[in-house]
Design a protein around this ligand. Structure first.
Ligand code: PHE
Length: 359
């Protein structure tokens, strides 16, 4: 009997080691340990044995059963590992791209300037907000305290779309100020955002194109005041023009959505090669700003007795022209490869305060 057991043990072990796949292995398991299996048949024989024989054969048969079970489990794990390995090899995906030696694209000065602005304001704790180019009359005008028939509607040469089925006439946003409204309607103060993006007005000369870019700034809190506006603009312009100091002149102005309203000029010197920002005898107007009008706060469900803040809007293209010395805005959007190569920026040099904004 012992011999029979050890013969069966080696026979089964050899078969298990030779099993080519999981199905073959399962067949071996059934043939050995299944109800009618060879090991089970021997176990059944225990019933007809004397007590002494059973004492000897019981443990021997149990150990056979355990050995076979262990061998089956080990082989199963082996086969599964091999199957996984084979699958990994056959399903391999190469996610790498070979380095291209001649990269010809580069970053448009406008995108570069937007990245620079976002980097500077991120440092000052501002988030970037966005809104659609196609705006409702509400966001672009009425909520900004520009009611219908208000003369301020004529301040901007608006592109109107045909009325939709509800009679609503959308506009191509004439400024980024509607993002102020969208932000105040969707966020609780304190609010600190900039909103860079495309804007549209019917205009065309050396410094005006029908599509141009602005960046809006908005800060709303309980006691935000004019000093914060001036400090923010100074910090921004110093960082942007990469100079140690700037002198600003706040000139009283009018915007329906701010009160008081100011246009901001920066001191500069016009030279033969362009402008130098910082010192000099000249002034350059660069942005519009003011304290958010109480009517605008009310339109956004904010209580003017509780909250106040400032806003500014600045032409991005104009900033790019000043900083990088281009004199005709129209060439920005001509897609002339020679211009783009000359004024573009290397794609991998992202502007950072630490590494330099404009290497
Ligand atoms: N939206 C104004 C413009 O396009 C600029 C502005 C923004 C002025 C925010 C004041 C406050 O001329």
């Amino acid at each position: 009997m012992q011999e029979q057991i050890s013969a069966l043990r080696s026979e089964l072990k050899a078969a298990i080691d030779a099993a080519a796949d999981l199905t073959a292995l399962e067949d071996i398991r059934v043939a050995a340990l299944g109800k009618k299996g060879s090991v089970s048949a021997l176990m059944k024989g225990l019933g007809g044995m004397s007590a002494d024989e059973r004492k000897e054969m019981g443990p021997a048969l149990n150990s056979l059963k355990n050995d076979v079970t262990d061998a089956l489990a080990a082989r199963k794990e082996n086969l599964e590992d091999a199957a996984l390995e084979a699958r990994l090899v056959s399903e391999r995906v190469d996610v790498t791209l070979p380095v291209r030696e001649h990269v010809s694209g580069n970053i448009h000065p406008n995108s570069q300037v937007m990245d620079e602005i976002a980097e500077i304001f991120a440092r000052l704790g501002f988030d970037v907000a966005e809104g659609p180019d196609l705006e409702s009359d509400f966001h672009n005008f009425s909520a900004l305290n520009i009611p219908e028939l208000h003369p301020a509607r004529q301040m901007q040469d608006t592109f109107y779309l045909r009325p939709d089925e509800n009679g609503e006439r959308k506009v191509l946003r004439t400024h980024t100020s509607p993002v102020q409204i969208r932000t105040m309607l969707s966020k609780e103060p304190p609010i600190r955002i900039i909103a860079p993006g495309r804007t549209y007005r019917s205009d065309w000369d050396a410094t005006h194109t029908p599509m141009f870019h602005q960046v809006e700034g908005l800060v709303i809190d309980r006691d935000t005041h004019l000093g914060h506006l001036k400090g923010t603009l100074e910090a921004f312009l110093k960082a942007f023009f990469e100079v140690d100091h700037v002198t600003l002149r706040l000139r009283p102005s009018y915007f329906p959505f701010t009160e008081p309203s100011m246009e901001v000029d920066v001191q500069c010197a016009f030279t033969d090669t362009g402008v130098k920002i910082g010192d000099g005898n000249d002034w350059l107007e660069i942005l519009g700003s003011g304290m958010v009008h109480p009517n605008v706060l009310r339109a956004c469900n904010l209580d003017p007795n509780e909250y106040q803040g400032f806003a500014f809007g600045c032409g991005i293209d104009r900033l790019a022209m000043l900083k990088y010395g281009m004199n005709d805005l129209r060439s920005f959007f001509d897609s002339d490869l020679r211009w783009l190569k000359h004024y573009g920026f290397a794609a991998l040099d992202l502007p950072t305060i630490a590494g330099g904004l404009s290497k």
